[in-house]
Design a protein around this ligand. Structure first.
Ligand code: IPE
Ligand code: IPE
Ligand code: MG
Length: 235
């Protein structure tokens, strides 16, 4: 069985899962966050080297103030807790997205976690926070424009790799497998450039219930895929 080198997950369904249990959406986020901890160690155990999760999109600010506040509180606690998780899994944590929209104390906690965990490299764990693919590409184009003005970048030299190097995911390999939980089958503005040749796996299982067995099912399905990258398969 081939284990995908880089797995990206759109962790969806926390709210609906909680609602079905007669609980508030914020309870779903708490349980979803606890599950993230488990899934990190499962990923490591299975031999996945890169794990990237979508936790808060640039569009998620549209949710009620109550829900956004509860998510921010959760992220604050999680950044602290993640120092321990990083050590246990020997994982390097990186935030992708634009953290500048967050309160300063949360931005500092993010920095602290990234700096602390930079010593590890057994699992590379990326958390997409205030992330949107269109926003990422917009920021990259803006930066490229500035670099052209400064004379650091020559427009004639721009290749696909140049663009990749301006994205938040620079230095990361593209995902091999994308998983989205809870039944929706869309990208919701996640990694549009990076997922160009990624295999997609959708499951009805809500994120708080996505466990090792489900992860293995996704990998088994991935193994049935015939990846071609536009080429022709040699028989
Ligand atoms: C995913 O669960 C977590 C975030 C987007 C923060 P949702 O909150 O989207 O849960 P559903 O999709 O409404 O059930
Ligand atoms: C995508 O889920 C974003 C995250 C999982 C963070 P959403 O629940 O926000 O996406 P839509 O609104 O259903 O497309
Ligand atoms: Mg959702």
């Amino acid at each position: 069985m081939t284990v995908p080198n880089h797995v990206a997950i759109i962790l969806d369904g926390n709210g609906r899962w909680a609602k079905r249990k007669g609980m508030p959406r914020s309870y779903g986020h708490v349980k979803g966050c606890e599950n993230l901890e488990k899934v990190c160690s499962v990923a490591k155990e299975l031999g996945v080297k890169y794990l990237t999760v979508y936790a808060f999109s640039t569009e998620n600010w549209k949710r009620s103030k109550e829900e956004v506040d509860s998510l921010m509180k959760l992220f604050r606690n999680y950044m602290k807790k993640c120092l321990k998780i990083a050590k246990e899994n020997r994982m390097r944590v990186k935030i992708i997205g634009d953290p500048s929209a967050f309160d300063l104390d949360l931005q500092e906690k993010i920095k602290e976690l990234e700096v602390y965990s930079a010593q590890f490299d057994e699992l590379h764990f990326q958390i997409a926070l205030n992330y949107g693919s269109r926003d990422e590409i917009t920021r990259a184009v803006r930066q490229m424009g500035e670099d052209i003005q400064k004379g650091v970048l020559d427009p004639k030299q721009i290749q696909e790799d140049t663009i990749s190097s301006y994205l938040d995911t620079r230095e990361l390999p593209d995902p091999d497998l994308l998983i989205r939980t809870s039944g929706e089958e869309r990208l919701s503005n996640f990694l549009m450039w990076q997922l160009a040749y990624t295999e997609f796996y959708f499951t009805d299982v809500p994120w708080p219930e996505f466990d090792k067995a489900e992860f293995e099912k996704a990998i088994a399905k991935y193994n049935q895929r015939d990846r071609r990258y536009g080429g022709v398969k040699e028989e």
